[in-house]
Design a protein around this ligand. Structure first.
Ligand code: F0G
Length: 458
């Protein structure tokens, strides 16, 4: 008999979680103004809000923490992180930052100015926020296939080279500070970018003289998909694939809370020393001295160890197979989601489930609230609330996809939890026609409103 798949870890420490009643959840959700970010985590049974900083560190990471060097300048932990970045990603220069958006803030302070345009594949919301805050424009060049959730395509994170070249040839070089390639592409469903696409982006970048920056939060998951889906990579190690990926980039920002499996941390990495010099000034102002940049020594140590573990095939296989397992359950129940499954999450197609709710009433948010009420499971809306208002017209932006993201923290839940998630979603799906109304906004922030928005039932 063929042996079934099992996780490549065993569990050494556990944290209790608690179920609640539907009445309790009704009350808590109301108190949270129907914004899932505003719930207390103690009021959540299975938390799929994000895979960011929510994973379980390994015994090796915890022991690396004990060896952290907390010297203000020149700490051993800094050099551990530096050699991990050199060995794994191939960058000579880097600056630690406290998380991914801080890396964006520092790097963009050097490179992005008013009137610039920044093409990329579905920029993440903080990335777009940092671009728009500087009165520059993020231009989405993701392939159209990414917008059809039922369409199987191995690399739905790819940039459409025609769209990209149109941007590069329309604006003068001085107005395009960088091309951003997000690996994997979170907003389009945790979808990977192929090596072939990365090479082609590099070629276009060279043709027009524009630098390439990888938004690297889930670069290792991207490498796993290259290994398992792209011709010519099956026999390469994840680490070999990662080095090749970054050979096509000039710089990178990273939220290390994802694929470096730490609770907090980030960095900017670059090949150019002059850029490092310029970014250092902003890093010192916003984050901290260049050898810690908002991170403690122990966290830099855990990050260095996490980068190494996160680029091991067995770890990644365990991780992605759990996402696939949840996907296969949803498939069995006929629930529509972005296919093939992404690296870190399932993106449920709320527009297909609740077509009778108008987009102005926020379909994905409505589905997210229903799932919470059903079983205390917290996902996150990737739809019109997240898409925010157009910075110029102030009109609501309605994206083509209304998705409910169920992000899986790394090494945290078991497949029994996946069964509960799938069953809860099936229950909501089965009573979808009884869900008559969505939500309206009663209060919102001028930018990145989804974190703090207050809603009410219609
Ligand atoms: N880039 C990508 C692709 C991300 O997914 C995130 C964060 C960031 C940048 C910003 O990094 O949170 O460390 O400041 N994504 C989280 C998520 C929040 O839930 O997808 P950060």
């Amino acid at each position: 008999m063929k042996l079934p798949f099992a996780e490549s870890f065993k569990i050494k420490m556990v944290e209790s979680i608690r179920r609640s009643t539907r009445e309790e959840r009704e009350q808590w959700l109301k108190e949270a103004n129907y914004n899932l970010f505003s719930l207390k985590s103690d009021h959540v049974f299975i938390d799929l809000l994000t895979d960011s900083g929510t994973g379980a560190m390994s015994d090796k990471q915890w022991s690396a923490m004990m060896l952290g060097d907390e010297s203000y300048a020149g700490a051993r932990s800094y050099f551990n992180m530096k050699s991990a970045l050199k060995n794994i990603l191939g960058f000579d220069y880097f600056l630690p930052t406290h998380q991914g958006r801080a890396a964006e803030n520092v790097l963009f302070s050097v490179l992005i100015k008013e009137g610039h345009v920044v093409p990329g594949n579905s920029h993440f919301d903080t990335t777009k926020g940092h671009i728009e805050f500087r009165k520059a424009k993020a231009i989405d060049c993701t392939i159209d296939e990414a917008k059809e959730t039922e369409l199987e395509h191995p690399f739905k994170g790819n940039l459409d080279l025609t769209k990209l070249e149109a941007v590069l040839s329309t604006y003068p070089k001085e107005q395009i500070p960088m091309i951003i390639v997000t690996v994997t592409c979170n907003t389009s469903g945790g979808q990977p970018v192929s090596m072939e696409n990365m090479k082609a982006v590099r070629a276009l970048a060279d043709k027009y003289g524009i630098p390439v920056c990888y938004d690297s939060a889930r670069f290792a998951e991207n490498a796993y998909f290259i290994k398992t889906r792209e011709d010519g990579y099956a026999d390469k190690t994840i680490k070999e694939i990662v080095l090749e990926m970054y050979s096509y980039a000039d710089m990178a920002t990273m939220s290390s809370k994802k694929d470096a499996i730490v609770n907090m941390g980030g960095f900017i990495a670059m090949k150019d020393q002059e850029l490092w010099n310029q970014a250092s000034t902003f890093n010192i102002m916003y984050e901290g001295y260049v050898t810690y940049g908002g991170m403690s020594g122990r966290d830099m140590n855990a990050l260095a160890q996490g980068l190494d573990e996160g680029t091991e095939f067995d770890y990644l296989e365990t991780r992605i197979k759990q996402v696939e397992y949840l996907g296969s359950k949803l498939e069995e129940y006929g629930i529509p989601f972005q296919k093939p499954v992404g690296g870190h999450a399932i993106f449920v197609d709320a527009r297909k489930i609740l077509p009778h709710i108008p987009k102005e009433e926020f379909q994905a948010q409505t589905l997210g609230c229903e799932l919470y009420l059903e079983a205390g499971i917290r996902g996150v809306e990737i739809g019109a609330i997240l898409a925010d208002r157009d910075p110029e017209t102030r009109e609501n932006r309605y994206p083509e996809l209304e998705l409910l993201r169920l992000a899986l923290p790394r090494r945290t839940y078991t497949n029994n939890h996946m069964d509960v998630i799938a069953a809860a979603l099936k229950n909501v799906y089965d009573r979808r026609d009884e869900i008559k109304n969505g939500y309206k906004i009663v209060e919102e922030a001028p930018i990145m409103r989804h974190f703090t928005v207050k809603l009410d039932r219609i």
